[in-house]
Design a protein around this ligand. Structure first.
Ligand code: KG4
Ligand code: ZN
Length: 343
C-alpha cells in the first residue's frame, strides 16, 4: 500500500493569511483563512504594508490551527508548500519565510507554488474525476488569464488582460457606485435586483489577439455614464448599473472562453479565482457549456478566493514530480505561470 502524502500549505500573497493540510492532493483535512478584508475596507483596497504586518501577526497561529483542525502533527507532513509568487512582495515574504523556517527546523522538504497554479488546482478538490487537459479561465483581483492546462504543472496562456483584471474592474466600479470594497461580491448581490439590459456598456475586443481581454474601457464607460447622469440631474439606479456592468464582463469572458474551447476541442472547461464565485458568471457558463456539451467545473466559493488548500493541491503534483526548493527560495512578485525557479 502506498504511503499517504500530507502537505502543509501556506498562502499569504495578498490579504488572506491562510494555511491548510491536504491529503493525497485532493482531500482537504483543514483550511484555515484569516481574512484581512475588514482592515482594508476603510482604505478602499488592499494596503500592502498593513497586509504584511497582519500576516506576520497571524501566520503562526493560522498554521498551528491548520494542523490542529486536521488532527495531524507536523512530523506527519511530507512537504511544506508555500506560494512564492505572484503577489505583493512583502506579503509573500511572510509566508515564504515561515515555510522556510518550518522546513529548516523540521527537515521536511519545501515546495514553492505559483499562486495561479493554485487557483487552477482548486478545481481538483471537489471534482475528483477532473484531469488535464482542459481550458481554464482564471479571473481574480490581480489576473485574468485564459489558460490551456496541458498537464499537471504544464500551462499555456492563450489570453490575458491588456489592462485591468476582471476583479479589479469589479472593485473599481463598485467604488464608483458607492458599494465599497471588495466590490465583486457586492456587485454580484445587487445585480440580482437590477436589469442587465438597462444600460448598454461596451464589450471590448482586442484587435489582433482573439483571446485577450480589456476591461479599462468598460470601467471608463461606467464612470462616464455616472458623470453624465449627474450632469443631467438624472437619478442613478445602482442595481441597473451594477447588473449592466456585470453582464458586459460576463459576455466577454464567456465569448472568449467558448471560442477557445471550440478551437482547442477539449470537452472540459473550468473557472478559477475570486471572480469565479460570481453567481451570474457561473450560470452563464453553465448554460454555454451545456449548449455545447462541454463539462463545466468550478470550485466552491471558499476555494475560489485565496486559500491555502488550493496551494496544497497544486504542491502535491509538483511534489510527485520531484520538485523541491532550497532555503534560497525567494518571493517573486511577478512570477510567470509555468516558470519555475530551480529547486
Ligand atoms: O482570487 P482572489 O481572492 O485574489 C486574487 O488573487 O486577486 O480574488 C479577489 C477578487 C476581488 O477583486 C473580488 O472583488 C473578486 O475577486 N470577487 C468577486 C466575487 N467574489 C470575489 N467578483 C465578482 N463576483 C463575486 N462574487
Ligand atoms: Zn488569488
Amino acid at each position: 500500500m502506498e504511503k499517504d502524502i500530507y502537505i502543509l500549505a501556506v498562502e499569504s500573497s495578498c490579504d488572506e493569511t491562510a494555511a491548510a493540510v491536504v491529503k493525497n492532493g485532493r482531500e482537504v483535512l483543514s483550511n484555515v483563512i484569516y481574512s484581512q478584508i475588514a482592515l482594508h475596507t476603510e482604505y478602499g483596497g488592499v494596503v500592502p504594508e498593513i497586509a504584511s504586518r497582519k500576516h506576520i501577526e497571524k501566520i503562526n497561529q493560522v498554521i498551528g490551527q491548520a494542523l490542529t483542525d486536521a488532527d495531524k502533527e507536523l512530523s506527519q507532513m511530507s512537504a511544506i508548500a508555500v506560494t512564492y509568487g505572484p503577489g505583493l512582495v512583502g506579503a509573500l515574504l511572510v509566508g515564504v519565510s515561515a515555510a522556510k523556517a518550518i522546513s529548516f527546523a523540521s527537515g521536511i522538504p519545501l515546495v514553492g507554488v505559483h499562486h495561479i497554479e493554485g487557483h487552477i488546482s482548486a478545481n481538483y478538490i471537489e471534482n475528483k474525476e477532473l484531469e488535464p487537459p482542459f481550458i481554464c479561465l482564471v479571473v481574480s483581483g490581480g489576473h485574468s488569464h485564459l489558460v490551456v492546462v496541458k498537464d499537471y504543472g504544464e500551462y499555456e496562456i492563450i489570453g490575458r488582460t491588456r489592462d485591468d483584471a476582471a476583479g479589479e474592474a469589479f472593485d473599481k466600479v463598485a467604488r464608483a457606485i458607492g458599494l465599497g470594497y471588495p466590490g465583486g461580491p457586492k456587485i454580484d448581490k445587487i445585480s440580482k435586483e437590477g436589469n442587465p439590459e438597462a444600460i448598454s456598456f461596451p464589450r471590448a475586443k482586442v484587435g489582433d489577439a482573439e483571446y485577450d481581454f480589456s476591461f479599462s474601457g468598460l470601467k471608463s464607460a461606467v464612470l462616464n455614464y455616472l458623470n453624465s447622469c449627474q450632469m443631467k440631474g438624472e437619478q442613478i439606479h445602482t442595481a441597473d448599473v451594477a447588473a449592466s456592468f456585470q453582464k458586459a464582463v460576463i459576455d466577454v469572458l464567456v465569448d472568449h472562453s467558448m471560442d477557445a474551447v471550440r478551437k482547442y476541442g477539449y470537452k472540459k472547461f473550468a473557472i478559477a479565482g475570486g471572480v469565479a464565485s460570481n453567481s451570474g458568471l457561473r450560470s452563464a457558463f453553465e448554460k454555454a457549456c451545456k449548449a455545447e456539451n462541454i463539462a463545466f467545473y468550478h470550485p466552491s466559493p471558499v476555494y475560489c478566493t485565496d486559500n491555502a488548500a488550493m496551494i496544497g493541491t497544486a504542491a502535491f503534483y509538483e511534489y510527485q514530480k520531484g520538485v523541491r526548493h532550497g532555503f534560497d527560495l525567494n518571493a517573486v512578485p511577478n512570477l510567470k505561470l509555468g516558470e519555475r525557479v530551480p529547486g
